[in-house]
Design a protein. Structure first.
Length: 520
């Protein structure tokens, strides 16, 4: 029997009508006695555009075509369970409507089937930081830890691995929302095979080696997203900024920024150095947001300090951060996407964050209209034993321009890193800066260069000849509009800081947090 490349989706249990699964622009290819139907769209052949645009030729011997077909098969798994499967061919996935198939159907099959060290390739998205999407492939079968995968910060999209089971043809299998493999199956013997796929999907073997899979999931369901978006509008209109708020989503060069401008802001001449939630809501007609679409279409502007031009702009929806509980389930929004978070994982992450010690020395408040550079200078002027370090550029490693700031402010052996509260990517920059600094300080050559710079400025109490990381406290100070003693930060920032806390304390340093209040 010839082999076929099968891409299999499991249709959501609540969808039972074939017309709710496939797009309208389809035709019936074949109807079967068991209530299965194959659909297709007519294939249009055409000359590739590069024939004329590059070769300047007009010939009939080269054509392109995008074949599309999908088989919908209703299967009675047992006396109580009936499910619909979709098997796509060519570009057949485009025949399926949005949000009709189960998430992670194929991923669970693969992780329930392969040995933990038989993975060949993964596709992942790094969340809570820069949302980098990447694919990694090993030259040999490997465990997922060998891919540089971070279970708390990486969202798995696809996994490919070697399967040793006869039912799956002892082949290479790939799983994400779809389940894909090449196997000797056709229309005559596909039903029993799909039942075996469904059985594998429902196993929980994956929890033994891949228990992180259920911690964080991207929300794709249109109805759920609309409900969560409505809750966001409600929270903002009620000025409930503890759950949901707006923050600058990216790391930017603040020294080049004049102000953050919100179109429609009541005081048009006011210059804000950060996103103000009240100012934002008041910028809408009657100080009320009518729909989430308004957040998508409203842009936050960053104006240049040089010529008042707009140098950056973000959709307000991308600036939203925070978390919401709906029907007993926790959700977090970041970078315009919703994520469903396992409740136990939320508690575990929050418990770790709340266990991080707080720095007990008092800090001055930050003027509401000033940035962190201004605050650093103001801080040093207010404390006789504080030193301004953030302008130091200490070379590390090889290559020109490879410099590092040891910290922003030093008070003796308290090395303080300061950043305004923002989106998860912005705060991740702060956490990584602290980790990188601590790592660099382990290097004697870096310390010598840092000490030389300190001595040039007459500073002798920060870095002595005998270095011991146990003598130092690393302080992360977050400029915040909230008055809490512990900084109020998004869920994904709590995930990031967990790793900074682990890495820094493993190097021997003490690690503490400080909330820096904004002064109105």
């Amino acid at each position: 029997m010839p082999k076929n490349n099968l891409s299999i989706y499991l249709i959501k249990e609540t969808i039972t009508d074939f017309n709710d699964i496939v797009e309208e622009n389809k035709e019936e290819l074949q109807k079967y006695d068991d209530d299965s139907i194959a659909y297709f769209t007519r294939t249009n052949t055409q000359e590739p555009t590069w024939l004329k645009s590059f070769f300047k030729l007009n010939v009939d011997c080269i054509k392109t075509a995008n074949a599309r077909a999908v088989l919908l098969k209703r299967i009675h798994i047992d006396e109580k369970i009936t499910r619909i499967f979709a098997i796509t061919f060519g570009y057949g996935k485009n025949l399926l409507k949005e949000d009709v198939y189960e998430e992670q159907f194929g991923l669970k099959i693969v992780l329930n089937t392969i040995e933990f060290n038989k993975i060949r390739k993964i596709s992942k998205t790094e969340i809570g930081k820069n949302y980098k999407q990447s694919q990694e492939q090993m030259p040999r079968e490997s465990a997922i830890g060998e891919f540089g995968f971070d279970a708390d910060r990486d969202l798995i999209k696809y996994v490919t691995g070697k399967c040793d089971e006869v039912d799956f043809g002892k082949s290479i299998i790939t799983g994400g929302d779809l389940f894909n493999l090449v196997i000797e199956k056709n229309i005559d013997d596909i039903e029993d095979f799909l039942k075996k796929c469904y059985k594998k999907y429902n196993l929980i073997n994956y929890k033994e080696n891949f228990d992180w899979l259920d911690n964080i999931k991207l929300v794709k369901g249109k109805e759920t997203i609309e409900q969560l978006n409505s809750l966001v509008v409600e929270r903002l209109n009620n000025r409930n900024f503890n759950d949901i708020w707006l923050a600058v989503p990216d790391v930017i060069s603040w020294e080049k920024v004049k102000c953050v401008y919100i179109p429609g802001q009541i005081n048009r001449s006011a210059e804000y150095t950060d996103l103000d939630n009240d100012v934002f809501v008041n910028s809408f007609k009657n100080s009320k947001i009518v729909s989430f679409d308004q957040l998508k279409s409203k842009y936050i502007m960053v104006k240049s300090a040089e010529d008042d031009s707009t140098i950056i702009r973000w959709s307000a929806a991308k600036c939203l951060v925070g978390s919401i509980e709906k029907d007993g389930q926790a959700y977090a929004i970041n970078n315009g996407n919703w994520y469903r978070i396992d409740n136990d994982f939320v508690k575990e992450t929050s418990d770790i964050y709340n266990s991080i010690p707080l720095f007990n020395k008092s800090f001055i408040d930050c003027p509401n209209d000033k940035d962190e550079d201004y605050y650093n200078q103001l801080f040093v002027e207010s404390y006789s034993n504080a030193h301004l370090i953030h302008k130091y550029k200490i070379p590390i490693g090889g290559g020109s321009g490879n410099n590092l700031e040891p910290c922003d402010i030093a008070i003796g052996k308290n090395l303080i890193h300061i950043k305004r509260n923002g989106g998860s990517s912005l705060l991740s920059h702060l956490f990584n800066q602290a980790v990188n600094s601590c790592t660099a300080l382990q290097d004697e050559k870096f310390r010598d260069k840092f000490r030389e710079k300190l001595l040039q400025d007459g500073i002798t109490d920060v870095l002595t000849d005998e270095f011991n990381s146990n003598d130092y406290t690393i302080v992360l100070g977050i400029i915040n509009q909230y008055k809490n003693e512990r900084p109020h930060i998004p869920f994904f920032s709590k995930l990031s800081i967990k790793y900074a806390f682990r890495d820094i304390t493993n190097m021997g340093y003490k690690f503490e947090l400080k909330n820096i209040k904004k002064k109105s």
